[in-house]
Ligand binder design. Structure first.
Ligand code: BGC
Length: 699
């Protein structure tokens, strides 16, 4: 059993707990807020893959109407966790079943009223939200319960609904509307196990409750969030619970990692896996950078999914990995259009993708001094996204051997991503090599740099592996291959082969360090703290044209290190270690993707203490309310699923040392001192294999 709990109510933690106690089913997310909360407390029923934009504002994914609103009254007084009559309050989240429970005891005169409310988002039926509320008292009392499907939705860039219509019957309440932009119908209907009286003035339903001492009143609510052509599934709470629990058991059976000797690490790892499970996609959409915790980052999909999360799903729930890869294959036409728009060939994926459409704006930052929008170039120049997408397709294929997927768009995606790199590059006639100029690497504080090592190596690898893959498929499926190639730019395979041979790959210097980009070594040599001390305003943006880090060696996140994480065999461990030692001290870890990236290289290079510390800080980020939550008036917080994926990667591939040669697994454990042993399963493309590693040996 693994249960997360917090006791006592703290008003200042409402937003943090919304993330910490998030529940989800891969399609819907429900923030860990309480029944009586409304949009001011950032209640959110977040929907994956459904976006809406309002003129002049950022397009973002939608939050649906909240079917879980419930407020309890005794006479004039509200029995509310924020009130003064609270005797005790506790929230809990069962990591093995995805069930969130709150228990609050209120004092009403001499009497005590206990409210226990549990909820889950069905893992068996993606539209379903279920809740059971139990109310009891130690004296006879007359209570009033108000329930609603709350039409007043918390939104960052709304309003996203038009024509909101509320209906109410004896046992149900329904709110329906259409999204502003694409006119998508959204309706949330909740059915109640006890009849309700509709109150039209505040659109709620009331239940008058005569509660006798020692008796428990139970209200079950089963709701469906129906978007577009989805079909609702109506079941009793108990039936729904049974199916939900069976689905969670099946997931944990495949995904669980047991560690021995270190309870803190064990719990944090289970919590990370929990977050990945509540995001496991149930359809052809992908995972947003803040998961299902809200609309931050516009609900868009970044490289976070392919590089930090996909490996988990590939090793545990391969059908979800397939969904993620198919999302990119399906959105290839948008990427081709984007490349064309900038005058290049191939496929340039959106840095921030909303069903393939580019969500990234030209001005992603506002200057804190002038309040003017700052031109940022993530959209135009973070070209490594195409290499990341191709890497993911190749990784999926090497593990699963799924020829059908490769022939059905996978090969095309890989080759077109490489083709984009080729057409984006420039031939240096003096040095007789191709160079990739004017890009942003993973470190976003240095924009528009030349020959970012990560970008060059990533394109090199996907081009060479893409060409090798094309050759294999040509021999195996000549007819299908010919049809694919006929659709692609002429001589694409030959061109890529020739290009990769001449692509500039920055070599390690005499100290073994690879320069992050041309001229990086000449930047000011100052520590992260030194740069931080120069901030005039704590909310200043460190990068861009005039940021405090721009002219220095201080970087936002792991960059060169990512070469070794993606391609561990490219460089000997000595080189990897030298780069870890050199770059770590300049890294601010201003992105939640950073610590786990260093942890992975630390594992390979024998830096066990560093690996363990960075693992914990990734795994615990949402337990501790880590990461930035607000930027001025704008909420930028949410959960950090890439860090959860990175924590799993560190545990299983770092500490456990699991690696695959194609689909053949091997383990070479590098357990940190206090983790004595570890057991996990991993899918090798055909079967699940059991692994057990202990300090100093492997089985
Ligand atoms: C990071 C990116 C990341 C994005 C979404 C940014 O702060 O620099 O690497 O993809 O957040 O998590």
């Amino acid at each position: 059993m693994k249960i997360l709990t917090d006791s006592g109510f703290d008003n200042s933690k409402i937003v943090e707990f919304g993330n910490k106690y998030l529940t989800g089913n891969g399609y819907l997310g429900c923030r860990g807020t309480l029944d009586e909360f409304k949009k001011t407390e950032c209640v959110g029923i977040n929907v994956a893959g459904v976006y809406d934009g309002v003129a002049g504002k950022w397009r973002e994914n939608i939050n649906a109407f909240n079917p879980l609103y419930l407020a309890l009254f005794c006479g004039e007084s509200a029995l509310d966790a924020r009130g003064e009559n609270v005797l005790s309050h506790e929230v809990s989240l069962d990591l093995y079943s995805g069930i969130f429970t709150r228990k609050t005891v209120f004092g009403v005169g001499e009497a005590e009223v206990t409210l226990i409310s549990s909820r889950f988002l069905s893992s068996a039926h993606r539209t379903q939200i279920c809740s059971r509320t139990c109310i009891s008292a130690n004296a006879d009392l007359q209570l009033l319960l108000k329930v609603a499907v709350d039409p007043d939705v918390w939104e960052l860039n709304g309003p996203h609904y038009k024509g909101v219509n509320c209906e109410c019957g004896e046992n149900f309440m329904r709110v329906s509307a259409r999204t502003q932009e694409a006119d998508i119908p959204v309706s949330v209907e909740c059915r109640y196990s006890t009849p309700i009286n509709a109150v039209s003035s505040d659109f709620s339903g009331e239940i008058n409750l005569s509660l006798y001492a020692g008796e428990t009143f139970t209200l079950d609510r089963v709701a469906n969030v129906v978007v577009g052509g989805d079909s609702p599934v109506w079941q009793s709470y108990d039936e729904a619970l049974g199916e939900h629990l069976a689905a969670w058991r099946a997931m944990w059976d495949k995904c669980g990692v047991e560690t021995e000797g270190d309870e803190r690490a064990d719990f944090a790892l289970a919590y990370s896996i929990y977050h990945l499970l509540i995001l496991a996609p149930k359809g052809e959409y992908s995972i947003a950078a803040r998961g299902l915790s809200g609309q931050t980052y516009k609900g868009a999909v970044f490289w976070d999914t392919e590089i930090f999360m996909l490996p988990f799903y590939l090793a545990t729930l391969p059908e979800c990995a397939k969904n993620l890869v198919e999302y990119r294959i399906k959105t290839l036409p948008e990427a081709v259009k984007k490349a064309e728009h900038y005058g290049y060939g191939g496929a340039f994926y959106a840095w921030e993708s909303q069903n393939g459409a580019d969500a990234c704006t030209d001005f992603n930052v506002t200057d804190v001094f002038t309040h003017r929008p700052v031109r940022t170039y993530f959209k135009d120049k973070q070209v490594h996204i195409s290499a990341d997408v191709a890497y993911a397709v190749l990784l999926y294929y090497s593990r699963t051997g799924d020829d059908e997927l490769m022939l059905g768009g996978g090969l095309e995606t890989v080759l077109m991503c490489a083709e984009f790199g080729r057409t984006y590059s420039y031939y240096n006639h003096i040095k007789k090599r191709y160079e990739i100029l004017d890009v942003i690497g993973p470190d976003e504080y240095h924009e528009r740099v030349n020959n970012n090592a990560f970008t060059n190596y990533a394109f090199y690898k996907i081009a060479t592996e893409g060409v090798a893959c094309a050759e294999r498929l040509k021999n195996k499926f000549p007819r299908e291959y010919a049809a694919i190639i006929a659709r692609l730019p002429e001589n694409i395979v030959e061109n890529l082969r020739g290009w990769a041979e001449k692509l500039y790959l920055p070599a390690p210097n005499k100290d073994g360090v690879i320069e992050q980009f041309d001229g990086y070594f000449s930047l000011e040599d100052i520590s992260v703290d030194g740069v931080r001390a120069r901030l005039v305003n704590p909310r200043e943006y460190w990068g861009g044209s005039g940021g405090v880090a721009t002219a220095t060696r201080v970087i936002k996140q792991a960059d060169v290190i990512m070469i070794f994480n993606l391609f561990p065999d490219l460089f000997p461990l000595g080189i990897q270690r030298a780069n870890y030692e050199f770059y770590e001290k300049y890294t601010e870890h201003g992105s939640s993707l950073s610590r786990c990236s260093y942890a992975l290289t630390a594992c390979r290079t024998g830096k066990s203490a560093g690996a363990y510390a960075d693992f914990l800080s990734s795994a615990e980020i949402d337990l501790n309310g880590g990461g930035k939550q607000w930027a001025g008036e704008v909420y930028i917080g949410g959960t950090h699923p890439a860090a959860s994926g990175g924590a799993w990667l560190t545990a299983v591939t770092g500490f456990g040392g699991l690696s695959f040669e194609g689909s053949v697994p091997k383990v070479s454990p590098r357990l940190p001192e206090n983790i004595k042993g570890m057991r996990f399963k991993a899918y090798d493309g055909k079967n699940y294999r059991d692994f057990s590693v202990t300090q100093g040996e492997k089985k």
